[in-house]
Design a binder for this molecule. Sequence first.
Ligand code: UDP
Ligand code: MG
Length: 319
Amino acid sequence: MSSRLFIVIPCYNEEEVLPITSKMFLEEMQLLIEKGKISNDSRILFVNDGSKDRTWEIITSLSEKDEHYIGICQSRNRGHQNAVLAGLMESKDICDITISIDCDGQDDIGAMEAMVDAYHDGSEVVYGVRSKRDTDTFFKRFTAESFYKLLNKMGVEAVYNHADYRLISARVLKEFANFKEVNLFLRGMIPLVGFKSTSVYYERHERIAGESHYPLSKMLALAIDGITSLSIKPIRMITGLGIGVSILSFIGVIWAIVSQMTGHAVTGWASTVCLVCFMGGVQLICLGVLGEYIGKIYMEVKARPRYIISERTWDKKEK
Ligand code: UDP
Ligand code: MG
């Protein structure tokens, strides 16, 4: 049984990488076509996420050279998650399966065959999971591990060591289209759709060329977004903290009254200053957490479009 596959590839300032990896994607696609696992009308869909370099020119020239390459262009840079979403939504009505993958060659392109096989065996979602993290620094390994642990503790169902390399069937995508949130954290949202899923393990390589667009600050922002978009546990924890501190202060008041009555009045100011500073810090952190949620509500209420496509390579020809 062969299915129409769309490989969805977000690209932001990737002029150094695209000429190399586009060939690798096409080779893999041709292999899968020859083996009869996918149909010949499968496509490699590049999503140009408002790049400032020659990325879009490269995509359009690729689409002129081989019909398997197609591309869409976002009206401006909106970030990786939105670019992937744009590609998936564009594909959902015209293909049977999608595989999203980064364009820098870090994710093992060869793992696509196992993903397609898993789909033919009945899985509607196949997660690409990193088997090892040797290519990462100790710091990245440590932060990534802590992040997944924290996500699970907060009740977010995310597959450990899986980022955004995954196969999703068009059936699941059509259901996923009803998830209208503006704050996107795809790896935490896709499991919520349900359906049969499985994982395929692969080794992640170094970036082929260029530099990562995800410095620590962006990773941290993604982590906070991931938790606050999908879990309200932090707010519950604040309530718990508030109750705990209230009980402690009640005991403190009783202790102060008893000390006063027994003639052992509290004289030190240091303890008072420490307490005030501590409570001030705790309250500011709590306000910050609440603010994070209010900000999310604000963005969701505005319900602005999550992506805007300004151009398609097939505008002039057929898909
Ligand atoms: N990307 C994107 N929009 C952005 C930033 C990145 O579409 O604003 C793409 C980028 O071209 C790449 C993928 O998202 O294909 C992952 O980015 P990157 O390799 O920089 O992240 P890392 O692998 O270092 O986490
Ligand atoms: Mg990368």
